[in-house]
Design a protein around this ligand. Structure first.
Ligand SMILES: [Zn+2]
Length: 221
């Protein structure tokens, strides 16, 4: 495994470099957060080849976060992560989650071309449909075979069903409710689980996804 290098840039406290990735802190994290300790944790748990081509991580309070109730965004080899985090673990979760989206772009063929994860996901969507129906909801307006993010499906799950119901109907099918949103989030939530201490649970719930991440992790490219 390659060595991770953590260094200060321009002697500015708002810029650090981690493994060649620029980290810019535009909006300060809570005072008791130890970003270096979090990066150390990442260094310990995540293979460095996943960081290839990643250019920048910005800690910034973006207005999209509030509008969409999210706390991080991935685009074009960089992440923007909200400084508003409950605790250091939430920040670590966000970094690992966005890294998963980056890994998708690096290994899109390896991840998706054999359709194994897609088929596992669609099978789970059908199980989910059955569970939601069993709770008395009308589900025929939604396409459970659509693997892409769909606003109306998202609203159905999070606003109509609500947090408690969605937790209940996804239990045992998805590693966490958000995994049901789209194929991309299915992968990202699995990646998170794999690297943040839930390997056994992931292997049980999503064996194909587990195998895939396991292969990506060990086949150093
Ligand atoms: Zn995501």
């Amino acid at each position: 495994m390659r060595q991770y290098i953590l260094e200060k840039v321009n002697n500015s406290p708002n810029f650090i470099k981690f493994n060649g990735i620029e980290i810019e802190i535009k909006d300060q994290l809570p005072k008791d957060f130890d970003l270096k300790a979090i990066l150390k944790n990442i260094e310990k748990t995540i293979p460095s080849h996943f960081f290839k081509n990643l250019e920048k991580i910005t800690i910034e309070d973006n207005k999209e976060f509030k509008e969409r109730s999210i706390s991080a965004i991935y685009s074009d080899n960089s992440f923007i992560i909200s400084p508003k985090q409950k605790n250091a673990n939430d920040l670590l979760d966000d970094i690992v989650h966005e890294l998963a989206h980056h890994v998708e772009t690096l290994f899109v063929k390896e991840i998706y071309s054999d359709d194994k994860i897609k088929n596992e996901f669609i099978k789970k969507r059908h199980e989910l449909k059955f569970e939601i129906q069993a709770e008395g909801y009308w589900v025929e307006d939604y396409d459970f075979d659509n693997i892409k993010f769909d606003k109306s499906f998202d609203t159905f799950l999070y606003s109509r069903l609500g947090r408690n119901m969605i937790s209940m109907v996804t239990a045992g099918i998805f590693i966490r409710p958000y995994a049901a949103i789209s194929l991309r989030e299915y992968f990202a939530t699995g990646f998170e689980a794999y690297y943040l201490g839930k390997q056994n649970e992931l292997e049980k719930i999503s064996p194909m996804l587990y195998d895939k991440i396991n292969d990506l992790s060990t086949n150093n490219k």
